[in-house]
Design a protein around this ligand. Structure first.
Ligand SMILES: NC(=O)c1ccc[n+]([C@@H]2O[C@H](COP(=O)([O-])OP(=O)(O)OC[C@H]3O[C@@H](n4cnc5c(N)ncnc54)[C@H](OP(=O)(O)O)[C@@H]3O)[C@@H](O)[C@H]2O)c1
Length: 223
């Protein structure tokens, strides 16, 4: 039985690398992000194992409809990767922009909750998994980081969701990367983690024996 993974933020960076890794491991992948052109190109590279589903993660309806299309197309959903996220142009509380905070909360917190809520009814029959992209910034205090605080939410929620999913044999993992060389940053970070490193961690959690819930993977560039 071919398993299916739904990925938010699949158009670039960690999400796109995870799509490649999962397809290589034999999974079908449903690719969700706003950039239709990038999703179509990625789906064409991967082939029949991929389905491009353009949508906005800050809309519960967009995510719920995309998951239903995933199940209609591939027949089932075994895992969801809530990975879409953004940073802030203006850091700190004193200098920060409340409207920018709202956009961040809508995506990094509400969008992630929507992924989990929309996925659970499909995952439950297969004792499926949810993986959340947290961050090293969600494990330690960084001066004025509201982005980091949104990832503290992800880490706190991940443990609580793991407890909720355990009741029906489901598993939840939070992945906490340090700096990764992705379009998240405007300049390249060639000596930091590659998105493929994070994809490996996601696949480790998803492919662990069902008796084993991998609660958290924290990975960091060696330098
Ligand atoms: N790079 C790092 O150092 C690092 C470290 C720790 C954690 N993270 C986290 O890793 C996750 C992925 O980031 P990345 O580094 O891979 O950066 P990225 O390449 O910028 O990826 C962000 C993804 O989120 C999607 N996205 C943004 N807004 C969206 C929306 N409203 N609806 C749907 N999709 C949306 C983007 O696609 P569209 O623009 O096409 O929608 C893109 O696919 C984020 O949660 C980030 O906070 C990154």
């Amino acid at each position: 039985m071919t398993k299916t993974l739904f990925i938010t933020g699949a158009s670039t960076g960690i999400g796109a690398a995870t799509a490649h890794a999962a397809a290589k491991a034999g999974w079908n992948v449903a690719l969700f992000a706003r950039s239709r052109d990038k999703l179509d190109a990625l789906a064409a590279e991967i082939g029949d194992q991929a389905l491009a589903l353009p949508g906005d993660a800050t809309s519960y309806d967009d995510q719920a409809q995309a998951m239903q299309k995933t199940v209609d197309h591939f027949g089932r959903l075994d895992a969801a990767f809530a990975n879409a996220g953004r940073g802030l142009d203006t850091p700190g509380t004193e200098a920060g922009d409340p409207e920018e905070w709202r956009s961040l909360v809508d995506l990094n917190i509400m969008g992630l909750l929507y992924t989990a809520k929309a996925a659970i009814p499909h995952l439950k029959p297969h004792k499926g998994s949810i993986v959340l992209t947290g961050s090293a910034a969600g494990r330690r205090h960084l001066k004025g980081s509201i982005y980091g605080a949104s990832k503290w939410f992800v880490h706190g929620y991940a443990g609580n969701l793991a407890e909720e999913m355990r009741e029906w044999g489901g598993r939840c993992t939070v992945i906490a990367p340090g700096m990764v060389d992705t379009p998240f940053f405007s300049e390249a970070k060639p000596d930091k983690l590659k998105p493929e490193d994070v994809a490996d961690a996601v696949m480790h959690a998803l492919q662990a024996d069902p008796r084993n819930t991998v609660l958290e993977i924290h990975l960091f560039p060696t330098n």
